[in-house]
Design a protein around this ligand. Structure first.
Ligand code: PMP
Length: 410
C-alpha cells in the first residue's frame, strides 16, 4: 500500500494571503473554518480573472464572452459532479448555499411527497438549516418531525434511528459531519437502513465535503448538499446533488428566467434539470470560483486533508485536556477537526474575546445547533475548527490563550 506524503502546511499557508496579516500584533491563528474557510490564491485569482476577462451573463448570449462564461460555469458543474462522484453533471444544481439546497428539497420534493400524518426524521445534532425547513414543511402539511437522539459523546444512537423509521417516514435527513460536535455519522449504514424500509435520504455535507472524500454513488443517498464557502470557495454558491430521476420528477422551486422552456399567459413549461432549479441569473463568477476551489482541494487530496486534520485533532485534544476545568463537548470516536469546549467559570464569549487578543479566531455560541447545546446542558461552547492551513502552532496559541483566560477568571 502506498503511503501518501503529509500535507506541506508551510507551502499551503503561502497560498492563503490573509494568513500573512497579523491580528492584534500577533500571528493570526485562524481556527474558524467550520464557519467559513479562508480562500487560496487560485480561487481569488479565478474571481479576478473572470471579472477582468471572461464575464458576461450565461446561457443566453450568442457572442463569444457569453459562450465562454457559460462554458466555464458548466465546467464548474462538471468539477463538482466529479468531486462528489455523481453520475452526471445534470445531478448538480447550483444554489446559494447548503441552507438553500435543503430549502429547495423541502419546498419542491417535500410539498410533492409529504402529507398529513407523514414524518420526517432528523437527528439531535442537526444544524438549524436541517431542522427549520422541515419544521416549516411539517407545519404546512400537517406532518411530524421526529428526532433520533445522540449519546453523551455526541454519537448518533443507531438503534434508535432504526426504531424511529416507521411506515409514515417519508425522508431521513441527516448531517454527515456535525459542525458543533465534529461527529462523523455512519452515513453508509444510515442510507442502507433507510433504503431497506423504502425511505429516501438527504445528507447535509456542509462539513464533510471540505474534509473527506465523498462518493454519492457509493453512498446511494437521494440528496447531498454543501456550501462553497466552507470548501475554500466563494460565498454565495452552494450545491444540491439529487438523483436525476428525483430531480426530474420534482416541481420547480422558484419561477423566472432560465428555468422555463416556454412561457405564455396560458401557462409555462419547464427547462430540463438542473436548469429547472436555477431561476434567474446565477452566481456566475462564484460558481467558476467554486470550480477552482474543487481543483485546489483535489490537488491536495481529500484523503491527505482528512489525515492532516485527524493528526491535528489528536494533538489539539491532548493539549486542551491539559487545562484545568476544561470539558470537551463532542467526543465521539469518529470525529473531524472540530474542538468544542466549555471551561468552568469562564463564559464562552469572554473566552473567545480573550482569544481574539491572542490573535486566535474561534467561534463562541450555539453554532446554529441549539438542540445540541440543550442536550449537553450548556448555553454555548467555544469552538476551534481546523482547515488545511492549520498547524500545531495555531493550537499552541489557542491553548496559551485559554490558559490565560482561566487565570484571569480565577
Ligand atoms: N449544515 C452544517 C452542518 C453546517 O455546518 C452549516 C454551516 N455552519 C450549514 C448546514 C449551513 O451552511 P450555510 O450557512 O452555508 O448555508
Amino acid at each position: 500500500m502506498s503511503v501518501l506524503p503529509p500535507l506541506d502546511v508551510t507551502r499551503i499557508r503561502k497560498d492563503f494571503p490573509i494568513l500573512e496579516r497579523g491580528m492584534r500584533g500577533k500571528r493570526l491563528a485562524f481556527l474558524d473554518s467550520a464557519a467559513s474557510a479562508q480562500k487560496p490564491r487560485p480561487v481569488i485569482d479565478t474571481l479576478s480573472h473572470v471579472y477582468s476577462h471572461e464575464y458576461a451573463n450565461i446561457h443566453r448570449g450568442v457572442y463569444e464572452l457569453s459562450e465562454r462564461a457559460t462554458r466555464r460555469y458548466e465546467e464548474a458543474r462538471e468539477k463538482v459532479a466529479a468531486l462528489l462522484g455523481a453520475a452526471s453533471p445534470r445531478e448538480i444544481v447550483f444554489t446559494r448555499n447548503a441552507t438553500e439546497s435543503i430549502n429547495l428539497v423541502a419546498s419542491s420534493w417535500g410539498r410533492q411527497n409529504v402529507g398529513e400524518g407523514d414524518e420526517i426524521l432528523v437527528t439531535h445534532m442537526e444544524h438549524h438549516a436541517n431542522i427549520v425547513p422541515w419544521q416549516l414543511l411539517c407545519e404546512e402539511r400537517g406532518a411530524k418531525l421526529r428526532v433520533v437522539p445522540i449519546d453523551d459523546d455526541g454519537a448518533l444512537c443507531m438503534d434508535e434511528l432504526e426504531k424511529r423509521i416507521g411506515p409514515r417516514t417519508r425522508l431521513v435527513s441527516v448531517v454527515h459531519v456535525s459542525n458543533a460536535l465534529g461527529t462523523i455519522n455512519p452515513v453508509q449504514d444510515i442510507v442502507r437502513i433507510a433504503h431497506e424500509r423504502g425511505v429516501p435520504v438527504l445528507l447535509d455535507g456542509a462539513q464533510s465535503v471540505p474534509r473527506m472524500a465523498v462518493d454519492v454513488a457509493a453512498l446511494d443517498c437521494e440528496f447531498y448538499v454543501f456550501s462553497g464557502h466552507k470548501l475554500y470557495g466563494p460565498s454565495g454558491i452552494g450545491v444540491l446533488y439529487g438523483k436525476a430521476e428525483l430531480l426530474e420528477a420534482m416541481p420547480p422551486y422558484q419561477g423566472g428566467g432560465e428555468m422555463i422552456r416556454t412561457v405564455s399567459f396560458e401557462g409555462s413549461t419547464w427547462n430540463d434539470v438542473p436548469n429547472k432549479f436555477e431561476a434567474g441569473t446565477p452566481a456566475i463568477a462564484e460558481a467558476i470560483g467554486l470550480g477552482a476551489a474543487v481543483d485546489y482541494v483535489r490537488e491536495l487530496g481529500l484523503e491527505r486533508i482528512a489525515r492532516h486534520e485527524a493528526e491535528l485533532l489528536d494533538y489539539g485534544t491532548e493539549r486542551l485536556l491539559e487545562l484545568p476545568g476544561l470539558r470537551l463537548i463532542g467526543t465521539a470516536r469518529e470525529k473531524i477537526g472540530v474542538l468544542g469546549f466549555v471551561v468552568d467559570g469562564v463564559h464562552p464569549h469572554d473566552l473567545a474575546t480573550i482569544l481574539d487578543q491572542h490573535g486566535v479566531a474561534v467561534r463562541a455560541g450555539h453554532h446554529c445547533a441549539q438542540p445540541v447545546m440543550q442536550r449537553f446542558g450548556v448555553p454555548a461552547t467555544t469552538r476551534a475548527s481546523l482547515g488545511v492551513y492549520n498547524d500545531r502552532e495555531d493550537l499552541d496559541q489557542l491553548v496559551e490563550g485559554v490558559r490565560e483566560a482561566i487565570e484571569v477568571f480565577r
